[in-house]
Design a protein around this ligand. Structure first.
Ligand code: NAP
Length: 352
């Protein structure tokens, strides 16, 4: 079966390179176009990219000439990993031209007619695309994945929310430097240090979590009534966002009941069959000093969130630690899984 042609916008960046590596050999998608800023346009990808992924640049992509982030790129799906400041118009232009844009940028995430999706959590929200088609002159569409620190939190909250109801969340993150792109935070600022501020990150976690845990109602999403208080810090770790979380529940749960909720959590049948879906979206590690970024990040090829240190909380009900791979589950892997969902749900046709 021939594969669906896809393009990557921002292909030379941290997330763009992760797309190139994860899509190498993908059963459904084939990279036929890469795009970046004006200064990179016209150069072969393999010559220009400052490659930061393990192994060589995949041969089929190395020879592609970098194009402008504008249609036509002759593709069905466009993966977007460009800066938010420019993403708005660029992504809309592609959606108008008939492509499905699967984006990592914050620009469209909170638009009422844009599905913000973590497939195991809220695959049904993809129906917002029908509203988008009505509202806008798009023959394609825009689908977003959440901020890299939101996704690990929400995958841990969703199983609890479904069974016990989550009412209050207090979360404090320790976020890797790769979350800031390349070259990102200066080494002299971060080595041996912790920076207790990441621009707009706390607001993103607080608002995106409510949309993701919300319910589709009419032509929009009714946000979950969850109070979220977030603190975010940048730490000297290359990959992997950790968070300490305390939750208040509508119905009391013991640590053992919470562990059972996480262990049994899968997502619906359609989602379980996607090539990028891990067998276990959430794994619980009961060892006292886990999870750790260096040891636990690659679970489920980077798509599994690890939960640990599950215990009673004297302020709220339960407390625990989460770990998620920020450039896989928090960015490129998440977008690829969302694109796979677009295919299985029939928004994008697979070539015969
Ligand atoms: P990055 O490493 O700085 O890469 C930025 C990319 O955008 C490069 O390919 C760059 O191309 C391109 N670009 C810059 N200015 C452009 C312009 N005017 N027109 C077209 N392309 C332009 O950033 P990143 O970390 O990959 O992040 C990309 C997006 O994903 C951001 O919106 C970010 O917030 C989001 N995101 C990142 C993460 C993460 O963990 N890093 C997670 C989730 C979401 P040149 O090489 O030609 O300059």
């Amino acid at each position: 079966m021939s594969r669906i042609p896809v393009a990557i916008l921002g292909a030379t960046g941290t997330v763009g390179q992760k797309f190139v590596r994860l899509l190498d050999g993908h059963p459904w998608f084939e990279i036929v176009a890469v795009a970046a800023s004006e200064q990179s346009v016209g150069r072969p990808y393999g010559d220009l990219v400052r490659w930061r992924e393990p192994g060589p640049v995949p041969e089929s992509v190395a020879s592609l000439v970098i194009q402008r982030c504008a249609p036509p790129l002759d593709v069905t799906i466009v993966f977007s990993a460009i800066e938010a400041e420019i993403a708005g118009e660029v992504e809309q232009t592609f959606a108008r031209s008939g492509a499905y844009v699967v984006t990592n940028t914050k620009t469209h995430r909170m638009a009422p007619d844009v599905p913000l999706i973590v497939p195991e959590v809220n695959a049904a929200h993809l129906d917002l695309l029908n509203v988008q088609h009505k509202n806008r002159a798009f023959s394609g569409g825009i689908v977003a994945n959440p901020n890299c620190s939101t996704v690990g939190l929400v995958l841990a909250l969703a199983p609890l929310h479904q069974i016990f109801g989550v009412e209050r969340v207090f979360v404090s993150t320790m976020q890797a430097v790769s979350g800031a792109g390349y070259p990102g935070v200066a080494s002299l600022d971060i080595l041996g240090n912790v920076i207790p501020y990441i621009g707009e990150e706390e607001e993103k976690i607080e608002r995106e979590a409510k949309k993701l845990l919300g319910t589709l109602s009419g032509d929009g999403v009714q946000e979950a009534r969850v109070a979220v208080s977030a603190h975010t810090s940048r730490v000297a770790v290359i990959d992997g966002h950790m968070a300490t979380v305390s939750v208040g529940l509508s119905q009391r749960a013991t640590p053992e009941q919470a562990i059972a909720a996480w262990t049994g959590f899968r997502g619906d049948e359609t989602v379980r069959g996607l090539p990028s879906s891990p067998a276990h979206p959430v794994e619980v590690d009961l060892r006292l000093d886990r999870p750790q970024p260096r040891l636990d990040l690659e679970r489920g090829a980077g798509m599994t969130v690890t939960v640990g240190r599950v215990r009673h909380c004297p302020l709220l009900d339960l407390r625990f630690v989460t770990l998620a791979h920020n450039t896989v589950r928090g960015a490129a892997g998440a977008a690829i899984q969302n694109a796979e969902l677009l295919v299985t749900r029939g928004f994008v046709e697979r070539p015969a």
